[in-house]
Design a protein around this ligand. Structure first.
Ligand code: PLP
Length: 417
């Protein structure tokens, strides 16, 4: 058979999944690993919800591509009440995770440009490429909490080569990889530019319920006509493997776009798994359960975030405490000279060396669209078992492994010449 190489798209595996494999490989060799690379919720799915799934196991029929109507209604009731959204059930599309839905939005366009703030989650760029779109990165600064500014967005828009092509901006908050979120003021300022340039925003709110200042400010409050919001069960409900997400597509964007997204969905995953949709209906119908569960998670995550940030800042490493989710995005440039003496000038070299010498797994900033030489990494502070959280009031003192990992990391920097 002749080589297919010139005809194959690109086959890179997502960096977050790769780091998990490297970590597992080390563990299989009896080497200790501090898993700050892979960001998976450490919390269990609440029992009432997993019981609902067990009960629904016999639901074997295909459901509608758009999603089970009672689930769509439960989703809008939940978000309208808790977050002051103004959604209708017929504007919701349920899918097998929000990831495929974000891709479906991109793929619904024949021709578009995708704009990504750097840093951004690892999958948006490959998705834009798979959808056949040009993509552009827009840089952000530590001083702005790695958030996109209205000024930066305006500068980008006025310098666009082809301003007629629809611009899809992916805005994610709380953010993976930075753990940061936007204030209502920042979103209002961004909305002015979005309106002016008729930008289509994909507001990735998959960590929205894990915003430590819940209910969070949302771009949909300021720019409802152009904001497509995505979320789902993966993060707040600890159910990433269940693959249940949704998007809200406002009717202002028109029936054609809606139908095009449904068409991508129907030609790919058909529908989200039926038993999961039934269980998700229970999850979104029980606000008291969700709020109790979220309150406990947030209390704990906030403490851990502050602990980690303080340990890093004590030795000169710049990091903002998380505003939500479970990520920090430390900037190690304070140690630039010492790292250079060790032959380390990129975030890739930095994370590989730290992993080799300490067993601490981090993801390089370059995986998130940062320039190779930016000495930034993502630190996911979830290397602990959250399975007892519903029964017990956790104390930070009990997080020995996580603390040990942070100590290993800070000691490694302090030992640099
Ligand atoms: N968006 C961000 C920023 C994420 O971190 C993730 C999952 O890691 C997703 C979207 C995808 O979530 P889902 O499990 O709903 O596909």
């Amino acid at each position: 058979m002749k080589s297919l190489t010139p005809y194959i798209r690109f086959g890179k595996q997502s960096e977050t999944l790769l780091i998990n494999q490297v970590s597992l490989g080390r563990e299989n060799n009896d080497q200790q690993v501090f898993k700050f690379g892979f960001g998976q919720s450490p919390f269990p799915v609440p029992k009432a919800i997993s019981d609902a799934l067990a009960k629904a196991a016999s639901r074997k029929e295909y459901m509608s591509v758009q999603g089970h109507p009672p689930l769509r209604q439960a989703i809008v009731d939940f978000h309208n009440q808790l977050e002051d959204k103004n959604w209708q059930a017929d504007e919701i599309i349920v899918g097998a995770g929000s990831k495929i839905l974000i891709f479906s939005v991109m793929a619904a366009f024949d021709h578009a440009e995708v704009l990504l703030p750097a840093p951004s989650w690892v999958s948006y760029e490959p998705q834009a490429k798979l959808a056949g779109h040009k993509h552009s990165w827009i840089s952000t600064r530590f001083e702005d909490r790695w958030n996109l500014t209205a000024e930066g967005l305006e500068n980008f828009c006025i310098n666009r080569q082809d301003p007629k092509v629809p611009l899809i901006l992916v805005l994610n908050y709380p953010n993976n990889p930075t753990g940061q979120s936007y204030s209502a003021r920042e979103l209002a300022d961004l909305a002015v530019i979005m309106k002016k340039h008729e930008i289509i925003v994909i507001a990735d709110e998959i960590y929205g319920l894990l915003n430590y200042s819940y209910p969070q400010a949302s771009i949909a409050h300021h720019y409802p006509e152009g904001s497509i919001t995505s979320s789902g069960l993966s993060k707040w409900c600890g159910a990433g493997g269940w693959r249940l997400g949704f998007i809200h597509v406002p009717s202002t964007l028109g029936a054609e776009l809606f139908q095009a997204i449904i068409s991508v969905a129907s030609e790919t995953y058909s529908c989200a798994p039926s038993p999961i949709q039934i269980a998700a209906t229970i999850a979104y119908s029980n606000q008291t359960l969700a709020q109790e569960f979220l309150g406990k998670q947030i209390k704990l995550l906030k403490q851990i975030s502050i602990y980690c940030t303080n340990c890093l800042s004590d030795i000169g490493i710049k990091a903002h405490p998380a505003a939500g989710a479970f990520y920090l995005f430390p900037d190690f440039s304070f140690y630039q000279e010492q790292l250079k003496n060790k032959g380390i000038t990129t975030s890739d070299q930095l994370t590989t060396t730290i992993m080799d010498e300490t067993g601490v797994a981090l993801l390089p900033g370059s995986a998130f669209g940062m320039p190779a030489e930016s000495l930034t990494t993502r630190l996911a502070f979830v290397d602990f078992d959250g399975s007892q959280i519903l029964e017990k009031d956790y104390k930070l003192a009990e997080f020995n492994k996580l603390k040990q990992g942070i100590q290993k990391l800070t000691q490694w920097f302090l030992a640099l010449d």
